[in-house]
Design a protein around this ligand. Sequence first.
Ligand code: ATP
Length: 287
Amino acid sequence: MNAPASKPHGTAPESALAEVDRSGGLRVESLHAAYGRLEVLHGVSLTVAPGEIVAAVGANGAGKSTLLRTVSGLLRATSGTVTLGGTDVTALGAERIAAQGLAHVPENRLVFPSLTVEDNLALGGWTRRRDGGYAVRRTAALELFPRLRDRIALPAGALSGGEQQMLAMARALMAEPKVIILDEPSLGLAPKVVGEIVAALAALRDDRGLAVLLVEQNVRAAFLVADRVVVMDRGRVVAHGSPAELARDDRVRRAYLGGGTASSSALLEVVDEGARPRGGTTQQEEA
Ligand code: ATP
């Protein structure tokens, strides 16, 4: 486990940071954000490279959702920078950041309930409407979530919670992002469906090479799929490392990861290489 804010990127040397920029990844540097006068992010730094999943975990109110909102331009940073593939997007609005290749899947899915699955997908592809290739993107999105194919003509509001999460992710993919950031995709879902979402995230990383930033309260799910984890507390990154490093760190586990519920043996079990999902065949295809 690495020390917190003093080395915000872990041990990543400048050359590794430059590689994140060159390869199209996400880089967040000393990000501060506030609601009115209340500052809730106090200098958060992290990187996510293409083909990598980074999970931000932490208690309620740690600032995880605020981090995602600031990265996607829904909330203006008060200082610090967000770069996508080396381009500084900190001052851009959400629409222009999306056009630069970042997709934000917010908490609670927020699909359009009265519109069909098809129309929700079409809206997701709206920013790319002039580029052509709609059918290819639609096929790729539905390949990841075959369940949606059978429900394509249904209103999104008729889908289960898990299916709505899949639709929210598929809709985000219709813009063909390079970086996808997701706020608690496992929230309120049954373990089997969480497994499907986790498998889809692994596929986005391994098969499509996306940079994935995931916010999760479900520490188990986060540790199962993430390559690196940042632990947040009251607007700061207080620990970071690989899931295996953090699972072995009793201090971090007790102080920030819910102690008993995320017991060391339970977390070590999920970080076991054999248990970790890889892209390719998703669990729903196996079912
Ligand atoms: P949770 O897991 O409960 O969603 P979180 O880690 O995502 O928590 P945030 O939602 O980012 O945390 O909230 C961080 C802090 O900012 C909290 O103290 C919260 O009360 C405050 N906050 C969040 N949204 C707003 C808002 N719209 N206006 C004012 N304060 C807010």
